[in-house]
Design a protein around this ligand. Structure first.
Ligand code: TXA
Ligand code: MG
Length: 357
């Protein structure tokens, strides 16, 4: 497949899609992808969370291509992916005890550690700041690719900046086809929301982004973790510490209205807003916590299994776009376990939040 899109200031390129076995990745295909990265270009690949857009993390010119392809603000730092714990030493200045504990329990997996960076990590990779975010993914394709490339791989989610993260190769192609060299298609990602990001570069650990590993799991291992208000809000004091937080994120084209409160009140508000928007001629989608039958243009039942909800969240956003929905009324869920990460994505994607007491 080739995308025939011409992007401003960018040369249209052929995007090769290689289907690869997620359980037992074919070495020949891994080698092809590694060659692309070693030659300074971009490959999108699956991780257990979402698809990443990879480049050699230690090469400024390669990393710059990520920012250009995604349309990503240059002050938003990237996560550096490694395949072996021994790779960590060269990338950071100091590994605190808390990091050792978390690594022993959660790596490889959906946990990203922010630590003081070493000199070999270029400033462009970290958006100009002196810390670096590092993660060792569990996905076999990701691991094999990093190993075969022989360098740490910088990889943000492989979507256009601001759009929902990709959980299948088609999402990547829809956003970045014609702008990147290769996509390794390893099927649907397991977790569906991104890794948890924890800052260990200061005296006290703080959670910068809830994700695949829950806050409760982390706290049971290392004790108290500060939970900044920015987890819920786009504009906050923490912006300078995790620059990615200030931008609108994960958003489908439709406007998301997030409604929180007791079941009955949420239902009444949903019915009221549905009627109001339909009167204005808008196409309305609903992501519902109960199986009430709404007369909307598309209703998705959120279900009560958090892992299933997380796995389908971003795909659901993109399906609303395919149906050209104008407004999505989304019901809030409990912020326990994976629920904190899911609510964080909904809040950041939301155009408006309604809390009914
Ligand atoms: O699951 C994931 O983490 C996926 C897969 C591909 O690994 N990657 C991902 O990357 O979600 P990205 O770039 O979409 O999100 C990285 C987040 C951003 O919010 C960024 O601001 C934050 O991590 N971050 C990266 N480096 C940081 C640093 N040095 N200090 C603080 N925050 C950092
Ligand atoms: Mg992202």
């Amino acid at each position: 497949m080739t995308a025939s899109i011409l992007i401003k200031n960018q040369v249209k390129m052929h995007t090769e899609i290689l289907k690869i076995n997620p359980k037992n990745p074919q070495l020949s295909k891994i080698r092809q992808a590694a060659k692309v990265i070693k030659s300074g270009n971009l490959v999108a690949f699956p991780t257990e969370t979402v698809y990443g857009l990879g480049a050699n993390a230690l090469d400024s010119r390669s990393v710059k291509k990520i920012f250009v392809a995604k349309g990503r603000p240059s002050d938003n730092p990237l996560i550096v992916h490694i395949s072996d714990i021994s790779d960590l030493k060269m990338l950071v200045d100091h590994i605190p005890n808390t990091a050792h504990k978390l690594i022993a329990k959660f790596w490889p997996g959906p946990l990203t550690l922010v630590l003081k960076k070493s000199k070999i990590v270029p400033k462009i990779t970290t958006g100009g700041i002196n810390t670096v975010a590092i993660r060792m993914p569990e996905n076999k394709i990701a691991q094999a690719l990093i190993r075969e490339t022989g360098v740490p791989i910088a990889a943000p989610s492989a979507n256009i900046s601001g759009r929902p993260s990709p959980t299948i190769a088609k999402h990547v192609f829809d956003d970045l086809g014609g702008k990147i060299n290769m996509i390794l298609d390893g099927g649907k990602t397991k977790i569906g929301i991104e890794s948890t990001v924890i800052d260990l570069s200061r005296k006290h650990p703080s959670l910068l982004r809830p994700g695949g590993i829950s806050l409760e799991q982390l706290q049971s291992l290392i004790g108290k973790i500060a939970l900044p208000s920015s987890i819920h809000e786009r504009k906050s004091k923490l912006i300078h510490r995790s620059p990615g937080m200030k931008y609108r994120h994960y958003s489908p084209n439709a406007k998301i209205i997030l409604i929180e409160g007791s079941k009955d009140k949420v239902k009444n508000k949903t019915l009221h807003l549905l009627a109001q928007f339909q009167k204005q001629g808008k196409k309305v989608g609903i992501m519902s916590i109960s199986n009430t039958k709404y007369k909307s243009d598309m209703t998705v039942f959120l279900g009560n299994k958090l892992d299933v909800l997380a796995a389908n969240l971003f795909n659901t956003f993109r399906e609303f776009d395919v149906k050209k929905i104008d407004v999505i009324l989304v019901h809030g869920i409990n912020r326990k376990g994976l629920g904190l990460g899911i609510m964080n994505r909904l809040e950041k994607a939301a155009y408006k939040k309604i809390k009914i007491d």
